[in-house]
Design a protein around this ligand. Structure first.
Ligand code: 1GP
Length: 285
């Protein structure tokens, strides 16, 4: 690695360790004041366990009843929160029904993961207020966010700022979001976008390989991003086995997201429990 890059990696790693050890942002109180209940919960769980597992439910593929069952089983399996969203959103009323049904069966937070304004539901606890930073279309960087912001305010949904980066082939999310996906073998591009997210004041960065991706985000990319940012790092897309989850956490993911694996599991609770166990085993080491 070039000397300058090594210096940046080493210096920022110190900040990251400070954040991990203290459970607070290196930025101090001014940012803390902007952190809501759900975000505080996620950060506390990361601090407690080292890393967390999040379950993604795609409204497009579920009925309210099946979504509620999967959320409930995922909670019993130890997942930290339920994310609701997908690249091709169902109707807003269907998203509402899904979130309402989940809230009846599960006590953990429901965090919206919208690809558009139609993914906002007033019944959710929080929303990843996300910007697809490597989109070529301004709509997915700031346009949809501006249209959605008044609804988030009106419904009093907790916004959690997130820099969203599509990696590899990117799948449906890359196509719909008109992304320039970051090549798997160019982790340095992920680093500069993740740093930009941090410097823009975003609270989390998400490296997304796309739902059902054949190849998840590579460990080298997770490692390099983790070493260069102080904000928490989420990784998702194509994580199906305990081994792939273990690798992502070992590389430095603070949170891993799985979706497809829950859609196909015969016992959601068992599958999630194994994944969560895998996350925690690594985190303790
Ligand atoms: C997609 O990262 C999530 O947004 C989850 O992907 O469906 O492949 O688990 P999977």
């Amino acid at each position: 690695m070039p000397t300058a890059a090594l210096l940046i990696v080493t210096t920022l790693n110190l900040y990251h360790n400070e954040w991990r050890n203290s459970g607070r942002r290196a930025f101090g109180g001014s940012v803390d004041r902007m952190i809501g209940r759900v975000e505080s919960h996620l950060l506390a769980e990361i601090k407690k366990h080292g890393a967390i597992h999040l379950t993604l439910i795609d409204p497009e593929r579920e009925s309210p009843r099946s979504a509620a069952e999967k959320a409930s089983e995922s909670e019993k399996g130890g997942t930290t929160a339920i994310m609701v969203g997908g690249s091709t959103e169902a109707s807003p009323s269907h998203v509402d029904e899904i979130v309402k049904a989940i809230k009846k069966e599960a006590t953990i937070p429901v965090v919206l993961f919208p690809s558009n304004v139609t993914g906002i539901s007033k019944y959710a606890d929080a929303i990843w207020f996300m910007s697809l930073l490597n989109s070529s279309n301004q709509y997915f960087i700031t346009g949809a966010q501006a249209l959605g912001a008044p609804l988030v305010k009106k419904y009093k949904i907790e916004p959690i700022s997130l820099g969203y980066l599509v990696v590899g082939s990117g799948g449906t999310v890359a196509f719909i979001g008109q992304a320039n996906p970051i090549p798997y073998d160019h982790p340095e591009i992920a680093v500069i976008y993740a740093l930009a997210a941090q410097y823009l004041g975003m609270h989390f960065v998400y490296l997304e390989a796309g739902s059902g991706a054949k190849r998840p985000v590579p460990s080298e990319m997770i490692q390099l991003v983790r070493r260069n940012i102080v904000i928490p790092l989420i990784v998702g897309g194509g994580l199906r086995s305990t081994e792939s989850v273990r690798k992502a956490v070992e590389a430095g993911a603070d949170a891993v997201v799985t979706g497809t694996v829950v859609e196909n599991a015969s016992s959601v609770e068992t599958k999630i429990r194994r994944l969560v166990q895998s996350v925690r085993d690594i985190s303790r080491n």
